[in-house]
Design a binder for this molecule. Structure first.
Ligand SMILES: [Zn+2]
Length: 262
């Protein structure tokens, strides 16, 4: 009988950092991409989730995982005292020897494992260039199509329901066709991305979420916006990382679905 697969956290993290180009991709300060919490290890089982939260930490512990891999890490709130729920997160991780690895924009923009690339493929869209620039690096994707916008709405609705979201479609009229689309997962709708979409001649913008004013601006610009849900558009990348770890190290993984996808 083979011994169960295992690997050091250092080896797993080095592999992920290389594949994701963690050091080269800029990000928000709270992202803290890479290993956020170490453990005694070695890594024997992974849990992957969109968010590092008490819920996903507890689910990782129940599944006997000792590495939790997330898209939104522990430090989005900036420096905080280890009190209350922040303390509970850390306490549980340390008590159960669970490490945390987080990847935000490096995972959003990855050409094969990324949220945007996989979501485009799921929607039967083929990207031809980048979209939604952060410090001049494209996070999202865009491309050409020739499809009824209503058909795209149907595909987005199916995806939203499956991944725990709820589609809101703005500016979709009957007979409308999508010829140039752009996609940015997560909080993808903003005045900046709408400006970029308008300049690129995009007629249909697919995002996770965005503030109300983006719907108003989009209607004025004649751009249809499909809001699929922040959470629902970011479940792809972490699952792809789970598969990548299994492929490389033989370590099993499972996805922790959050009870509240927004
Ligand atoms: Zn996000």
């Amino acid at each position: 009988m083979h011994a169960p697969a295992q690997a050091s956290l250092e080896d797993v993290a080095r592999h992920l950092d290389t594949v994701l180009r963690t050091k080269d991709v800029p990000d928000y300060p709270g992202a803290m991409n890479g290993v956020q919490v170490e453990h005694d290890g070695p890594v024997r089982r992974c849990a992957v989730a969109v968010d590092a939260s008490l819920y996903t930490i507890d689910a990782a512990i129940v599944s006997k995982a000792n590495l939790l891999l997330v898209h939104h890490g522990l430090f989005w709130g900036g420096s905080q005292p280890l009190r209350g729920r922040v303390f509970q997160r850390v306490r549980r991780l340390l008590a159960h020897d669970v490490a945390v690895y987080s990847s935000h924009l490096p995972l959003d923009l990855h050409p094969t494992l990324g949220n945007n690339a996989i979501m485009a493929r799921t929607l039967e869209l083929t990207p031809s260039s980048g979209f939604a620039h952060f410090q001049s690096i494209p996070i999202g994707v865009m491309g050409e199509a020739d499809v009824d916008t209503a058909t795209l709405v149907g595909r987005c609705d199916t995806l939203a329901r499956r991944e725990g979201g709820q589609l809101v479609a703005v500016g979709v009229t009957p007979e409308r066709r999508t010829r140039r689309w752009a996609l940015c997962t997560g909080a993808g709708a903003s005045s900046d991305t709408l400006r970029e979409a308008a300049a690129a001649g995009v007629d249909t913008l697919i995002v996770g979420e965005g503030p109300h004013h983006t719907a108003v601006e989009a209607m004025e610009l004649g751009i249809a916006v499909l809001y699929v849900g922040h959470y629902a558009t970011e479940t792809f990348g972490v699952r792809a990382l789970g598969e990548e770890i299994e492929r490389t190290f033989g370590i099993p993984w499972s996805f922790v679905a959050a009870p509240t996808g927004l």
